[in-house]
Design a protein around this ligand. Sequence first.
Ligand SMILES: [Zn+2]
Ligand SMILES: [Zn+2]
Length: 241
Amino acid sequence: MPKITEEVYYIPGQDEFMPDAHTYVLGKPSSQDLSLVDPGLTGKGSYKIQSVREAGFELSDIKRIIMTHTHLDHIGCLSEILREIPWAELWVHRLEADPLEQGDERAVYGMDMFREYCQEQIGLQPGAFKFQVNRKLDGGETLDLGKTDWEVIHIPGHSMGSIGLYHRPTKVLIPGDVVYADYAIGRFDLYGAEGPELKKSLMRLAELEVDILLPGHNQIVKKLPKGYILKTAEQWESYLG
Ligand SMILES: [Zn+2]
Ligand SMILES: [Zn+2]
């Protein structure tokens, strides 16, 4: 489990027949107050828990799981992880927390065809993604995570309740699936997605000084060129409406 900074560790996703989200562990290890960001795809829980153990962390130090958003490739193994750390709280943006509590799985699957595929071919059960959320995030709050402050930024467009987590002192941004390396952005054709909202969200992120970009998939970027997010937004502008 590579260390990115003193307060961020990285568990790379394992893509197979579907992409698996990267998982990030936030917090200074000495704080004994760690947060797991985005568990990942269905079936990927045990190796991620294994990675945390092998890095020498105590599972009992993981106090909460924070979702950048609730797509299947990010939330699929949440129940596997919760079996190992049942005390962990679940923190999700309000717009995706309410559906999770009601068992509304449209935001998890993104489209009916994909839900049908997952239920018929992979055997996922209807109602598998009904969860109680311990803290509903709005965006604008600053979270104290293991002696480090993370700003929550609501960045809808890829999904309605997408959030970014920003650590200002080290200029680290965790944008979920909103922006990736190689000038790529998240798709905006799924349930709850909207191109114009995604454009606004990218412009919002472009205002931040970011040195380290830790997206949900593909490469992480440790020396992000200045103006990278703005340039990405401009390249996609005409597609986003
Ligand atoms: Zn997504
Ligand atoms: Zn994803």
